[in-house]
Design a protein around this ligand. Structure first.
Ligand SMILES: Nc1ncnc2c1ncn2[C@@H]1O[C@H](COP(=O)(O)OP(=O)(O)O)[C@@H](O)[C@H]1O
Ligand SMILES: C[C@@](O)(CCOP(=O)(O)O)CC(=O)O
Ligand SMILES: [Mg+2]
Length: 406
């Protein structure tokens, strides 16, 4: 009989990096902001002696017998690279080449086994659905890892379930968020290889923040900024791109180190301008500077080798309408961000979006600064998302005399 765990429903936001992607991996500043698109995860206790994951975004549906998984654990051992290796062998991943599904599966098993490995493994089912495109630079890997960490920590009792009967959404306290963030970072290590930690930090805390060598400074006062997000739909892997930049730095240190320093200066200058914009009346000059910084950084990212013709196209199409864009996230495809000025006419925005869609891209306007990881009651989640999670094991929401049940 496996121990029972707490059911929970959680979500975490995606992110956009304004400046500092890649440079942040090498100890430079990044400015990042959470998005209002999220990943949702439902964890449900079961009693059939299995652990199952349903990941419809990446077409992955898997179950294991607890008895098989138990054999991979050595008594009292903490999770380490030995266990990771045992999990890889268990999954038959001997060539070290992790595809989308294997990375997500390994990340789940790694966090699950390490959180529950010192006791009895519980029988449970985890279903995930994301509004974020997968592998497109908007931090879907971090949102996934943050959700896994929050739900599994909560199910294990390592952190409390903050949601009260009368709440619709609830956040954890600072020390619980720190624990969630540290486990999410381990998930990112499996998916990214050598992550900076900026994405899981934004997914955990939300809002806009400055990130430098693991230190987080939330920017509490930020001007309201509107952006367009464009997904070129060119597939890419963060792990591969981060490794590519590292190779280039190793090959040309005297050339690439100044490039990273310049990106650092771009991020700091942008932060200064954003701060000024909260203290004094916003002028066209502020926006001119933000636009120039976007152009400079896009060139620097091309120098790092993470550009792509589709991203050049995003820059060209938006510039034809007077708007400035850069890639966001790891690049090599994926998404670009475009700054919208306050005076940008909605007709211009609409026609720019149409031009981008005509190139075969997805494009949407978004507001930034969504909340970090949250626990939810089913009533706080959009009907269509609940329906997708329902298909994979969340019972319909029913109103009962004594409250709500999941
Ligand atoms: N909704 C999801 N369900 C399962 N796995 C996911 C999901 N979103 C992201 N992932 C995992 O994250 C990986 C993508 O990570 P990455 O290359 O860093 O791109 P991104 O820019 O989206 O973070 C996927 O290959 C998959 O393993
Ligand atoms: C390139 C990088 O700076 C951001 C990667 O973001 P994403 O996985 O492309 O969403 C890597 C990192 O910070 O770990
Ligand atoms: Mg990622």
């Amino acid at each position: 009989m496996s121990p029972s765990v707490r059911d929970c429903l959680v979500s975490a936001p995606g992110k956009a990096i304004l400046h500092g992607e890649h440079a942040v991996v090498h100890g430079k500043v990044a400015l990042a902001v959470s998005l209002n698109r999220r990943t949702y995860l439902h964890l449900k206790a079961t009693s059939d002696g299995t652990v199952c994951i349903n990941l419809p975004n990446i077409d992955t549906f898997l179950c294991w017998n607890l008895s098989e998984l138990k054999q991979l654990l050595e008594a009292g051992q903490r999770l380490d690279f030995d266990l990771l290796k045992r999990l890889r062998d268990f999954m038959g991943l001997t060539n070290g080449n992790l595809d989308t599904s294997n990375m997500a599966t390994l990340t789940f098993l790694y966090i699950y086994m390490s959180l529950f490995g010192s006791g009895e493994l519980p029988s449970l089912k985890v279903s995930v659905w994301s509004e974020l495109p997968t592998g497109a630079g908007l931090g879907s890997s971090a949102a996934y890892s943050v959700c896994l960490a929050a739900a599994l920590l909560c199910a294990s009792g390592a952190i409390p379930a903050p949601l009260k009967e009368w709440d619709h959404t609830c956040r954890w306290h600072q020390e619980d968020l720190e624990l969630i963030n540290s486990w999410a970072f381990q998930g990112e290590m499996i998916i990214h290889g050598n992550p900076s930690g900026v994405d899981n930090t934004v997914g955990t805390w939300g809002g806009m923040l400055r990130f430098l060598a693991g230190k987080i400074i939330p920017l509490s006062r930020v001007p309201l900024i509107r952006i367009l997000l464009t997904n070129t739909k060119v597939p890419r892997s963060t792990k591969v791109l981060v490794a590519r930049v590292k190779d280039r730095i190793n090959k040309f240190p005297p050339i690439m180190i100044p490039v990273l320093d310049t990106v650092d200066a771009v991020s700091s200058t942008c932060e200064k301008v954003l701060t000024e914009m909260t203290r004094e009346p916003i002028t066209g000059e502020h926006y001119n500077t933000l636009e120039e910084l976007i152009d400079i950084n896009q060139h620097l990212l091309n120098v790092m080798g993470v550009g792509h013709p589709a991203l050049d196209m995003v820059c060209r199409v938006t510039l034809a309408k007077g708007l400035h864009s850069k890639l966001t996230g790891a690049g090599g495809g994926g998404c670009g961000i475009t700054l919208l000025r306050p005076e940008t006419d909605s007709a211009i925005i609409q026609s720019t979006m149409q031009d981008l869609k005509d190139c075969g891209f997805d494009c949407w306007e978004t507001s930034i600064g969504g909340p970090g990881v949250q626990q939810h009651s089913p009533f706080s989640i959009k009907e269509e998302i609940l329906e997708i999670l329902n298909r994979y094991g969340v019972p319909r929401v029913t109103e009962q005399e004594d409250g709500l049940t999941l």
